[in-house]
Design a protein around this ligand. Structure first.
Ligand SMILES: Cc1ncc(COP(=O)(O)O)c(C=O)c1O
Length: 470
């Protein structure tokens, strides 16, 4: 009854009531108990290029590119047309016992970009389902090989791998698991490879040794015969754009290889252009994982799609095992969705034509301009790679103390920037920037000057409130 009344209200009053309706009927992601189902989030009405327009008609730079995903920008007619054409040709087919052409072609093209012997793709609906698929595949693989005890998963502080039960169990960011259950008996946690937060007085190279030793010691202590996989983002994205020290990932890769531990590189954020390459694992970090997970930028966010690329060696071992009838009991209704795969093919064309090269060209400028924000006393560090960066605020440079949660610095900066025409992704004391890859130098200048002003206004507020005196 209440819903029917609301529907009549919106028919007469128009879409500006959407925020009100959401407050009454929508449970939004990552809500707090005190406001669950009653939140008024900013309404976004339209998108065009690197810009979005909010419910009041205000034009904003889309600083996070949606959620690290609108890589080729909003309102690309080519993608809209492909979606229409594919839906008119074949909107869906059951992947249980049929297949479609776009998924086969896309798998071939993705395998062509993947490092090492990664040859086959299992398509999913997004990043969490991609990580979940990789982990369930590892369990299946070890069961079929007669190694049912080899199932533990190594993951790290600062990681974000998804919101399904098993993928979320790997998460290591502050707050993610405070009130949530997880498969803790299956996961072993390691330190985040965060050079900014390394112990005082330790050089970066000594810090790298500490991380590698911790990994090797953990494998020794827990036992390689019990560890099935390591899952890691090449650059920890939602943990605050943590770029690992040089050589670290290669050394971890080698330990995994030596101990028959599958290396799963979670490229849900870093793939499809964010770092200027289709995949970063091989092209930027020189590693050849056993599996790569991807999502987001594969369709530039126009259609929910993700996937896992799997090594030929693993598949061959299964094909030659003593259990040819063992079934990998895993599949999604929308696995290999023809519309998603058609969109991804067109998106890949556009990345290849110009966007990858453009990203590599503007990324150093993007990083250099953002780095100038370190002049501001509230900013502890600006770091990043490609077109992803993080501005981390601290109480003071001496202690590098992250400002306390109750000061909500990221959210305060975001609120000022919103006023000034920029959407920021706030993360506790950090602001993450990952704009659409088509951003120009002039637009980077706009973005950085708004961010500078937003941080300056936040510093003024904190001083006025007497909670910070930098
Ligand atoms: C590295 C990484 N893996 C997995 C995921 C989960 O992806 P999704 O939200 O599409 O399920 C995310 C989401 O941000 C991510 O950043």
């Amino acid at each position: 009854m209440a819903a029917a009344r609301d529907l009549r209200a919106i028919e007469t009053a128009g879409p500006s009531d959407a925020v009100e309706l959401a407050k009454r009927h929508l449970v939004q992601p990552w809500p707090f108990a005190g406001s669950v189902g009653a939140e008024a989030r900013a309404l976004i009405g339209e998108g065009d290029g690197i810009y979005i327009t909010d419910g009041t008609g205000k034009k904003l730079i889309d600083g996070p590119a949606g959620m690290w995903c609108v890589n080729i920008g909003h309102r690309r007619e080519e993608l809209a047309r492909v979606m229409y054409d594919q839906a008119m040709a074949l909107s869906y087919n059951t992947p249980w016992y049929t297949m479609n052409a776009p998924s086969a072609e896309l798998a071939m093209r993705i395998a062509g970009y993947a490092p090492g012997d990664l040859s086959h793709v299992f398509f999913t609906t997004g990043g969490s389902s991609a990580v979940e698929t990789a982990l369930r595949f590892m369990q299946f693989y070890n069961n079929v090989r007669g190694r049912p005890e080899k199932k533990l998963i190594l993951s790290r502080g600062g990681a974000y791998h998804g919101s399904t039960y098993l993928s979320a169990s790997l998460n290591g960011r502050p707050r993610d698991r405070d009130w949530m259950d997880g498969a803790d008996d299956l996961v072993v946690k390691l330190s985040s490879p965060d050079p900014f937060r390394r112990p005082r007085g330790l050089s970066i190279s000594a810090f790298t040794d500490v991380l590698v030793d911790e990994f090797r010691d953990t494998v020794g202590r827990v036992g390689a015969d019990r560890i099935g996989a390591f899952v890691g983002e090449p650059v920890q994205a939602s943990g605050g754009v943590i770029v690992p020290p040089d050589g670290y990932l290669k050394r971890i890769r080698q330990i995994c290889r030596d101990n028959d531990i599958l290396y799963v590189s979670d490229e849900v954020v870093t793939a499809f252009g964010r770092l200027g390459h289709v995949f970063a694992s091989g092209d930027m970090f020189g590693i050849d994982p056993d599996m790569i997970t991807f999502a987001k930028g594969v369709t530039s966010g126009y259609f929910p799609l993700g996937g896992v690329i799997i090594s030929e060696r693993l598949l061959e071992q299964l094909r030659r095992s003593n259990h040819p009838d063992a079934m990998f009991g895993h599949g999604l209704t929308y696995t290999s969705h023809p519309v998603g795969c058609a969109v991804a093919l067109k998106n890949l064309d556009i990345l290849e034509e110009s966007v990858l090269a453009h990203t590599r060209e503007v990324a150093p400028y993007f990083q250099a301009q953002l780095k100038t924000l370190e002049e501001l006393p509230l900013v502890g560090e600006v770091r990043g790679l490609g077109l992803m960066a993080c501005v981390e605020c601290v109480a003071d440079r001496e202690s590098n103390d992250p400002l306390q949660l109750d000061k909500d610095v990221g959210k305060r900066i975001d609120a000022h920037c919103h006023e000034l025409g920029l959407l920021v992704r706030p993360l506790i004391n950090m602001c993450v920037m990952s704009p659409p890859l088509i951003i120009t130098r002039e637009q980077i200048d706009d973005m950085v000057s708004i961010l500078r002003e937003g941080i300056s206004r936040t510093m003024d507020d904190l001083r006025k409130e007497g909670v910070w005196q930098g």
